[in-house]
Design a protein around this ligand. Structure first.
Ligand SMILES: Cc1cc2nc3c(=O)[nH]c(=O)nc-3n(C[C@H](O)[C@H](O)[C@H](O)COP(=O)(O)OP(=O)(O)OC[C@H]3O[C@@H](n4cnc5c(N)ncnc54)[C@H](O)[C@@H]3O)c2cc1C
Ligand code: SF4
Length: 538
């Protein structure tokens, strides 16, 4: 952050990035609409450093165009560079350099980018940028990186639950004086109902498309044909008022059951009682504190139970803030974490959905169509399988970053590397989220339509999660057996007969060998159609 005092009154260029669409953004608060120019740019590098889902690119570009129009209406001078504008350099750094020259700016102002990669790129522009650059802290987060560091310094373990309690005290959310509302900090133990039977949910609002979204969808369809995912149906909100309407709908129809069914999965209910707001929060169309205040108000006026309100608020002021703190504390090295030394390539079916495993098939089909899967699908289906199969965590990380509309590295990377792959060796989580088919069967209805038998433990028809789970436990004994939370698991493995253990190893070896030659292809009717390998985003 440079000293810009010498040029304090000179016209400035104010960079606003695609995930900074908040009128109260630090750089906008610090700027002067009468003197400064806002730069916004759609660039190929941001859309393509991993091949983001087409729907995500369309969402971000459409939301950017709306935000630029709102700034313009509010009296700002906005220089908006479209993807197909002649001369577009293709990168944020290149557009900053070009715009400084175009406007004769004497200073450059920006809110610090959320991803290490882009922050580093701006901070190392050096001689390419002829003017001083001032990067301001992104204060849309509830806990600054300095506050997180102050909390983390000197602690032996950085557990989310401890951080969360601190955040409850600091924000006053769900507090009665110094005590947690209802007498407990965390109601998670009651939030694990399986979604059996004919439970039905309203799901998110499906917003009508406007002219801006239509235009952007055509552009994305033309420029990003080789990216993963379907553009249609496109029903995301692309404005602040649309995102607020989406959240109000969730408050009215989903929140009350959010806690109970947070961990459940149903083949025909892709969203259950989830809010589907991370994409809006992460670009700034919704404000995290405001969202939490509304959830608390819904509990205080008796509209929703405490386990729902607490569960939801914990995700936002707890998990969301905590993973961001972990990200900035450990980057850039965190992305290379590989505790288990996993090196298997990501199976092709993560891109084309062609697998007989009904749970993976369903989650990947929904990901391709909606650019969305809820937390337990990400953690316990796609993530769990990748870890059990020994997939290279960087490949897993790049997949998650590419395929979800809400994916930004500061939140995706710790969730993938830390929570889902345990690749950081336990910095973020206290034990790997590894599970056999039994867990998936308990929490979902996927197994009913699967060609594999979830009750079978071995043989060609047995659920692969069953033997892959024990094989993972067995082959990582040296790394995991000292973990106090896994003592019982190792005792169970040790009680198995030698013949049973040998069968687990043989089944896993056979399955993984087939996986490596791409033989785990779908054979059942109705399996997702293949995309060409070139469209797989690898
Ligand atoms: C492997 C993996 C990758 C993930 N990648 C992302 C990502 O790229 N972007 C992202 O926003 N979330 C990510 N998550 C966290 C979580 O899965 C999503 O936030 C959530 O599914 C978004 O859907 P929703 O808005 O319906 O959330 P809900 O289930 O309704 O939860 C409400 C909100 O809480 C927040 N939240 C919930 N869980 C988490 C979490 N673990 N970390 C951070 N915030 C959380 C989100 O802002 C979310 O919108 C990932 C989780 C895993 C296991
Ligand atoms: S049987 Fe196994 S592979 Fe099939 S859906 Fe159930 S958990 Fe998934």
């Amino acid at each position: 952050m440079n000293d810009s005092s010498a040029v304090d009154n000179a016209p400035r260029l104010v960079l606003v990035l695609g995930d900074q669409l908040s009128p109260e953004l630090a750089a906008l608060r610090a700027a002067d609409p009468d003197r400064d120019t806002v730069l916004m740019a759609e660039v190929a590098e941001e859309a393509g450093y991993v091949r983001h889902h087409k729907k995500k690119i369309a969402f971000v570009f459409a939301a950017m165009r709306h935000f630029a129009a709102e700034l313009d209406a509010a009296g700002w001078s906005v220089d908006y560079v479209r993807l197909d504008d002649p001369g577009n350099s293709g990168s944020i750094a290149g557009e900053v350099v070009r715009a400084v020259e175009r406007h004769g700016s004497r200073q450059m102002l920006a809110t610090a980018p959320g991803e290490w990669r882009l922050r580093h790129s701006l901070q190392t522009l050096g001689d390419r940028l002829a003017v001083p650059l001032e990067l301001l802290e992104d204060d849309r987060f509830i806990c600054s990186t300095a506050e997180f560091a102050a909390w983390a310094d000197g602690r032996r373990q950085l557990r989310m639950e401890t951080f969360y309690r601190e955040m409850r005290r600091r924000t006053g959310l769900l507090m009665d004086g110094d005590a947690p509302a209802g007498g407990r900090w965390n109601y998670d133990s009651g939030n694990r109902k399986a979604a059996k039977g004919d439970l039905r949910f309203d799901g998110p609002v499906r917003h009508a498309r406007d002219a801006i979204a239509d235009e952007v969808l055509a552009l994305v369809g033309e420029y990003f044909t080789d990216h993963f995912g379907s553009l249609e149906p496109f029903w995301f909100a692309v404005t602040r008022s649309g995102a607020e309407a989406a959240f109000s709908h969730f408050l009215d129809t989903g929140l009350a059951r959010f806690g109970d069914y947070q961990d459940a999965m149903l083949k025909d209910e892709r969203f259950l009682a989830h809010a589907v707001i991370a994409l809006y929060l992460n670009v700034g169309l919704l404000d995290p504190m405001e969202v939490c205040r509304q959830v608390e108000a819904a509990w205080r006026d008796g509209s929703v139970p405490l386990n729902a309100a607490e569960g939801f608020i914990r995700q936002i002021i707890g998990w969301r803030e905590y993973v961001r703190g972990i990200y900035w504390r450990n980057m850039p090295g965190y992305a290379d974490s590989n505790f288990f030394g996993h090196d298997r390539p990501l199976p092709d079916f993560y891109w084309n959905g062609q697998t007989d495993m009904a749970c993976l098939n369903a989650c990947i089909a929904q990901t391709r169509e909606e650019a969305y899967a809820h937390h337990i699908q990400r953690l316990m289906i796609t993530g769990n399988f990748a870890m059990l199969a020994g997939v290279d965590p960087r490949a897993v990380h790049e997949w998650y970053l590419a395929v979800y509309a809400d994916a930004y590295e500061w939140v995706e990377l710790p969730n993938t590397i830390g929570m889902s792959q345990f690749a950081d060796g336990g910095l973020l989580g206290s034990k790997p989220y590894a599970a056999s088919g039994n867990y998936i069967n308990r929490m979902s209805d996927y197994c009913r339509s699967c060609r594999y038998k979830v009750k079978d433990k071995s043989g060609p028809d047995a659920c692969p999660f069953n033997y892959l789970y024990w094989d993972f436990i067995d082959r990582n004994r040296g790394r995991l057996s000292g973990n106090p939370r896994l003592g019982q698991v190792y005792r169970t493995w040790d009680r198995m007969t030698g013949a049973r253990q040998a069968q687990v190893r043989a089944d896993a070896a056979r399955f993984l060998a087939q996986l490596d030659v791409g033989a785990q292809q779908a054979t059942q009717p109705g399996a997702a159609p293949a995309q060409s390998k070139g469209t797989a985003g690898t």
